[in-house]
Structures are given as structure tokens and as C-alpha cells.
Design a protein around this ligand. Structure first.
Ligand code: NAD
Length: 246
């Protein structure tokens, strides 16, 4: 479904991002994934190459809140592959600190990665996509629709991601750049493994499908949105959450 496309995936070293990278590669794309440090990038690369030595994949680790570093990384991708068709803004961190213990430091940390990095990478991507069109897909969350009972800036950051998605879809349509988001529900990744049982069990009861999602199930939505099968889909927040409502 992605034959001949060149994609950048942020936060591609593990979890949902790693599943996206693998699905994109299996669908014929050339993929450059970003991680936060050399060590985790190397580990993910080794594991991908072990699965298939022929994967056309590369890993980089720019600081996502530095426009200069992001620009350098995009330029490296352009030099290697000649173009950039798809950007997946997936890197993100969660938070569940009660509001009366919340600090400005935490506010900055969450907003820096979950919002500023989405802004920065999208801003740079547009310079590479403007001429021939492209696709931007953001990882939102089901909490961008319902909020959550602690860690206020996590849902707030994902509401911002939806705002960026819907607004850029309207603004960039004239360049044939489609902008969508996927809003995963509870998905089996490190982020969720860190959550206490007391938080996960009541959540499970609110999921009609009765189970948490797999990263691969979430990644399939990204493949669809990145592909030409979604050529008339833009400004959409696609829930992949087993109809979870909380
Ligand atoms: P994860 O913690 O397993 O992976 C996070 C990824 O982001 C890693 O590749 C990591 O390298 C990267 N990252 C973290 N901090 C970074 C930084 N400062 N700079 C650059 N990269 C950094 O998380 P996940 O569960 O796979 O989450 C991926 C996305 O999905 C996030 O945006 C998250 O908010 C969203 N999400 C996850 C769930 C879930 O249940 N797991 C649900 C809804 C939304």
C-alpha cells in the first residue's frame, strides 16, 4: 500500500511507533524513524534488520523541539531518498500527576514533546511537501476526546494535537497535503505497562471489545491514512480504541 513512499516516523524505537515503522516497511515504504538517543535507535534498527535484512530503514535522533536539528534531519532524509512523502508525529509522553502536585516543569516537558515537537516537525515537513503534496499523521489519544481524571496536561496536549490536525488540514489542503490523526485507546506498550493495575482494570470494563489494543492494530490505521486509499480523507481524528468510553 505504500510502495515507493518515503516516510519519517518520530518515536519509532518502540511501542506504537515501532509497529508503524514495521508495517510501513512491510507495505513497501522506505522509512526513517526518529528516537531520543543513539542507543535506543541502534537497538530498534538491529531488531528490524533481524526481522528482514532487506528493509530500507534508517534511524536518527534529532532533538524534536529544536527546529534547527529537525531541519538537519529532514535534509539528511531528502539527500538520501530524494523526497519526503509522509510524516508521522508519534513521539509522545503521558502523565498522570494529580493537579495539586503538578509543576511547571512537568507542564513544559509534556507540552514540549506532545505539542511543540508536532508543530516543529510539521512546520519543517511542509517545506518538503509543498511542491508535490504529502501526508502528515499525528498520534493523538482517546483522552483527547474524553479528558482523564489526572495528569491534566496529557489530555490537554492531545486536544492541542487535534486542533493542529484539523486546522492544518484546512490550511494545507491547497498543497495537497492531507493531515489526520489516529486516537488510540489503551494500547499494549511500555507507556501502559507502567500504569498501576488499579488504573487499567476499571478502564478495561469501559471497553466494549473487552481488551486493550495491540500496537499493530493501531499501526494499521496509520498505513491506511498514509496510503492513497485515504486520498480524500483529511482533518479526521480516527479512533482505534475498541469503542472505549470513560
Ligand atoms: P512509548 O513510551 O512506548 O514510546 C514512545 C516513543 O517516543 C519512543 O519511541 C521514544 O523514543 C519516543 N520519545 C519519548 N520521549 C522522547 C523525546 N523526548 N524525544 C524524542 N522522542 C521521544 O509510547 P507509546 O505508548 O508507543 O506511545 C506512542 C504515542 O501514542 C504517544 O504519542 C502516545 O501519547 C500515544 N498513545 C499511546 C497510548 C497507549 O495506550 N500506549 C494510547 C493513546 C495514545
Amino acid at each position: 500500500m505504500l510502495e515507493g513512499k518515503v516516510a519519517i516516523v518520530t518515536g519509532g524505537t518502540r511501542g506504537i511507533g515501532y509497529a508503524i515503522v514495521k508495517k510501513f516497511l512491510n507495505n513497501g515504504a522506505k522509512v526513517v524513524f526518529f528516537g531520543s538517543r543513539q542507543e535506543t535507535v541502534d537497538k530498534a534498527l538491529a531488531s528490524l534488520k533481524e526481522e528482514n535484512a532487506n528493509y530500507d530503514v534508517m534511524g536518527l535522533f534529532p532533538n524534536l523541539s529544536s527546529e534547527e536539528e529537525v531541519r538537519k534531519a529532514f535534509e539528511e532524509v531528502k539527500n538520501k531518498y530524494g523526497k519526503i512523502d509522509v510524516l508521522v508525529n508519534n513521539a509522545g509522553m503521558s502523565s498522570r500527576t494529580p493537579f495539586d502536585q503538578h509543576t511547571m516543569e512537568e507542564y513544559d516537558k509534556v507540552m514540549d514533546l506532545n505539542v511543540r515537537a508536532v508543530y516543529t516537525c510539521s512546520r519543517v515537513a511542509v517545506d518538503y511537501m509543498k511542491e508535490k503534496g504529502g501526508v502528515i499523521i499525528n498520534t493523538s489519544s482517546m483522552v483527547s476526546i474524553y479528558g482523564q481524571p489526572s495528569g491534566v496536561m496529557y489530555p490537554a496536549s492531545k486536544f492541542a494535537v487535534n486542533g493542529i490536525t484539523k486546522s492544518l488540514a484546512r490550511e494545507l489542503g491547497k498543497y495537497n497535503i492531507r493531515v489526520n490523526a489516529v486516537a488510540p485507546g489503551v494500547t499494549e506498550t511500555d507507556m501502559v505497562k507502567e500504569l498501576p493495575k488499579e488504573m487499567v482494570e476499571p478502564l478495561l470494563r469501559t471497553i466494549p471489545l473487552g481488551r486493550i489494543g495491540k500496537p499493530e492494530e493501531v499501526a494499521d490505521a496509520f498505513v491506511f491514512l498514509a496510503s492513497d486509499m485515504a486520498s480524500y480523507v483529511t482533518g479526521e481524528i480516527l479512533s482505534v480504541d475498541g469503542a472505549a468510553r470513560n
